[in-house]
Design a protein around this ligand. Structure first.
Ligand code: FAD
Length: 369
């Protein structure tokens, strides 16, 4: 039986990116798992930061994504639940090229599959194989493997679902992303060029599960009316440009990210609420950190050496912890119904809006998670 340097379990975006990245170091990689048919037609579009785009460019999957698969965001408006609470971010003011690039999830999955077909050291397998290092990239499905590893994964359910879909508006999006903290739901419209260039949005609407179920069961016209009522009429008429899909929302993380011969990467290590659009960015930053640590290892050190893997964990633990706390804290702050807290959070937003260095700091954190 062939022995591999690394077995990557889980062929999501993180697992596939890790397999490609390690193969570029000359390591032999077994990638276990197939791309689900649902992933290839995923209605989500991810807000990717500059660091993620840089990795995907180096893996040679970015420039081939195709027309309309990526849309740059130049401005972002975040609104609270009163007319005074608003924060505006602009790429010009922040002195960055773009705030994020909205990226077609299905197109990225397909492009990674194509690249893997040409990767010289990657073998796709459907059973466990012998390997010096096992990288767990099973996403939120990792619970069973992690139980065996005793990684101490804790998760708690938000009692919410995120509804995602593509939308088409009668008015142009002008590359502006918009988000409303509506207490208790969080609504995001991300500018996108599919299905209609210049007029589409990727919707992410996080709501209490019961309300989400009601919205999912509605006929398209009734759902569209609810959406216009939530977003306001300034977007013109909004219509669905795809099916709706929904994900239950959880927050969680593993207490232990590595051990002798194993390591956790991406959602297998940490789960965050999608309100900041950072889950995949964190996972791709894990890929960069793990690949770099492996590339820079001493000549005598094996890839499964726990001391080596701990270097990766040390790099990733703090930013992941911070992002989890920020997203969780924001969600809880805006779920609080009392009037004084409401006033406080909306005043807080207008203060942030006026303090340019604070906005720059927040943008820098989001661009490089
Ligand atoms: C509505 C929504 C919107 C989001 N928007 C954003 C965004 O804008 N920006 C952002 O950065 N993030 C976003 N995220 C988060 C992002 O989707 C996840 O962080 C990311 O998909 C995690 O990738 P992954 O490869 O780690 O896990 P997954 O995508 O879950 O992939 C895991 C893979 O492993 C497979 N698998 C599971 N168990 C096994 C097993 N035992 N053996 C083999 N294979 C297995 C699964 O089938 C799957 O293919 C969003 C999430 C949601 C729900």
């Amino acid at each position: 039986m062939q022995h591999f340097d690394v077995q990557v379990i889980g062929a999501g975006i993180v697992g596939k990116s890790l397999a490609l990245s390690l193969s570029r170091l000359g390591l032999s990689v077994a990638l276990r798992g197939t791309t689900a048919a649902t992933a290839r037609d995923d209605v989500r579009a991810y807000a990717l930061n500059a660091a993620s785009v840089d990795l995907l460019q180096r893996l040679k999957v970015w420039d081939t994504l195709g027309a309309g698969a990526t849309t740059p965001v130049h401005d972002m408006v975040v609104r609270g639940d009163s007319s005074s609470g608003q924060v505006e971010f602009s790429s010009w003011e922040q002195r960055v090229g773009t705030l994020a690039v909205i990226t077609d999830a299905g197109a990225l999955e397909r492009e990674l599959d194509t690249a893997l077909g040409f990767a010289p050291h990657v073998t796709r397998v459907d059973v466990d194989v012998a390997a010096t290092l096992v990288a767990h990239c099973e996403g939120r499905g990792a619970a069973s493997s992690l139980h065996a590893l005793d990684a101490g994964f804790e998760r708690s359910d938000y009692g919410q679902k995120a509804i995602a879909a593509r939308l088409v508006s009668t008015l142009p999006h002008r590359q502006v992303a918009r988000q409303w903290f509506r207490s208790p739901d969080v609504l995001a419209l991300l500018p996108f060029d599919r299905p209609e260039a210049g007029h589409s949005y990727a919707l992410v609407w996080s709501l209490p599960t019961e309300r989400a179920e009601v919205l999912l069961a509605m006929a398209p016209a009734a759902f569209e009316a609810e959406l216009v009522a939530a977003a306001g009429i300034e977007f013109g008429a909004l219509r669905l440009g795809s099916e709706r899909a929904a994900w239950p929302l959880v927050v969680g993380g593993a207490a232990t990210w590595c051990g002798p011969g194993w390591v956790l990467v991406g959602d297998a290590a940490h789960l965050v609420h999608p309100l900041a659009g950072q889950g995949l960015n964190l996972g791709l930053a894990d890929v960069v950190a793990l690949s770099t640590v492996i590339a820079d290892r001493e000549a005598w050190r094996g890839v499964g050496d726990e001391r080596l893997l701990r270097r990766y964990v040390r790099q990733r633990a703090a930013p992941t912890w911070a992002m989890t706390r920020i997203t969780d804290g924001l969600l809880r702050l805006f779920a609080e119904p009392s009037a004084p807290i409401r006033e406080l959070r909306n005043n807080g937003m207008s203060i942030v809006n006026r303090v340019a260095p604070l906005k720059r700091w927040l943008t820098a954190r989001a661009l490089d998670s």
